[in-house]
Design a protein around this ligand. Structure first.
Ligand code: PMT
Length: 221
């Protein structure tokens, strides 16, 4: 893709999973590999953007030239996204963010006691919603990882998080979404009917997502 339509733009992208500690050796996480966010970062970089990737643990290598900030917990992701968002033109929340953290993280490895171990989880902040509430001129793009009612859930997120676009993907399928090289998404914006992008590799899909952002959201300025 040789379009240089993001020159001069700062794009911040979150990618991968967050991890929430249980004790010094255990944590809660999810199946995000980071591929979607890293592909978006590479595509934006190719189009001339200054790209900052806020990345959970992953074994992926970022494109040289993309600035990487590594995070672990949702709290750390929130802090970094809020900081980078201030000077961003476009923010894309592709990370799979833990909705909960463990109420009391044990200082020592929890010893096996009886049959059951109960963990109390406390809700994490909704970072996307928080960014939506302080958004000024930035273009804010969120994802929706759904297993059913994709259209309804994604459109609800678009409105409730005050995002400019939601990238909806059906994560119940084995052939797309978490960990896969391919994805299939539908783009939800306020002013257009849903835009279905056919299944393809995440890099090609990233360019198509950026095409729609440039065409439908940036031209509004
Ligand atoms: O990383 P890969 O293996 O390539 O997989 C890609 C992906 C499936 C992770 C990606 O395509 C995807 O769907 N990312 C969003 C996953 C997710 O957390 O979706 P959600 O519907 O639970 O959250 C909705 C949006 O709010 C997301 O933009 C999420 O980043 C954000 N969020 C969620 C929870 C939270 N506490 N704060 C948030 O900001």
């Amino acid at each position: 893709n040789s379009k240089k339509d993001l020159v001069g733009k700062k794009v911040v992208i979150s990618a991968g999973s967050t991890i929430e500690p249980i004790d010094p050796v255990r944590y809660i996480s999810n199946y995000s590999s980071g591929k979607m966010g890293y592909a978006l970062a590479e595509a934006a970089f190719e189009r001339g953007a200054s790209v900052t990737l806020v990345s959970g643990p992953t074994n992926l290598l970022a494109t040289p030239g993309v600035k990487i900030n590594r995070i672990k917990t949702t709290k750390e992701l929130e802090r970094k996204m809020n900081e980078e968002f201030k000077t961003a033109d476009i923010a894309i929340m592709a990370a799979a963010v833990s909705d909960y953290h463990v109420a009391k993280v044990a200082n020592n490895k929890i010893k096996k006691t009886g049959e059951k171990l109960t963990l109390e989880l406390v809700q994490n902040p909704d970072i996307l919603k928080g960014l939506g509430s302080v958004k000024e001129k930035q273009i804010l793009v969120g994802f929706a990882a759904e297993t059913n009612n994709l259209y309804e859930n994604a459109q609800n997120k678009l409105l409730s998080k005050h995002a400019d676009m939601i990238v909806g993907n059906d994560v119940s399928r084995k052939d797309i979404g978490f960990g896969n090289d391919d994805n299939e998404v539908t783009l939800f914006t306020l002013k257009n009917s849903p835009i279905k992008l056919p299944k393809t590799n995440k890099k090609e899909l990233s360019h198509k997502i950026l095409d729609v952002i440039v065409e439908k959201l940036m031209s509004k300025e």
